[in-house]
Design a protein around this ligand. Sequence first.
Ligand code: MF3
Ligand code: CO
Ligand code: CO
Length: 268
Amino acid sequence: MEQSASESRRITLHAPEDFVGMRRAGQLAAATLDMITPHVRPGVTTGALDALILEFIEKNGATSATVGYRGYQHASCISINHVVCHGIPGTKKLMDGDILNIDVTVILDGWYGDTSRMYAAGTPSTKAKLLMDVTYESLMRGIKAVRPGARLGDVGHAIQSYVEKQRFSVVRDFCGHGIGRTFHASPNVLHFGRPGEGAVLKPGMFFTIEPMVNVGRPEVKVLDDGWTAVTRDRSLSAQFEHMIGVTEDGCEVFTYSPAGLHKPPYDI
Ligand code: MF3
Ligand code: CO
Ligand code: CO
């Protein structure tokens, strides 16, 4: 049997009522990113942002999925400039012109809500703004490719072909993932690929799409802290993440911003 057919069988198909739990978890995660928006300014430490995030999640009756996950100690990943993902919050202060991804995952009534967005502290460069716009658009093109009968390769191809046309590169070492009552499940959602390849999508599949896009080369390395992934050429990197459920005629995005803060600039 074709490998993609056996992979499709390993992906949980959720019931219609499961969409309710995912919607609630996704909306809380997105509201967390909304809440933090006005706090992202030059001079604030990433540790202070993380503390606000943890407080907000717990105040809303949820827990952070990342605290204690494989030894990770924080409620967010905050990845600045050439950090690709899994930046660890701490004493570092944001500087004018920094761009950063903030990634949060909540657990609400047993359902996982995972989303991330880009932010800017002060005024980013023209190149940084372009990188954020292209990364956001690549995610939305990936989402548009999701429908029953489509394949994951169609999703990856939609992202990769757009990014490379803009002369940026797609990170290969990290991918999106199945999600639901567990954090990281089958399938692996690659942000590159060929049309018509990979698992066949079916209603009730829940997964994230979270492309990481670099200005320079796609290679990354993980620092000695075991988490922080940076571009090998130290070029700027950006990422956006949504969590989606496949429906009968397309997909539902669980993690749209309740406040309409989809991508920077957030004029608030
Ligand atoms: N939220 C990340 C993802 O999109 C995972 C972070 S795991 C952590 O899959 F431990 F680094 F927080
Ligand atoms: Co994710
Ligand atoms: Co995430």
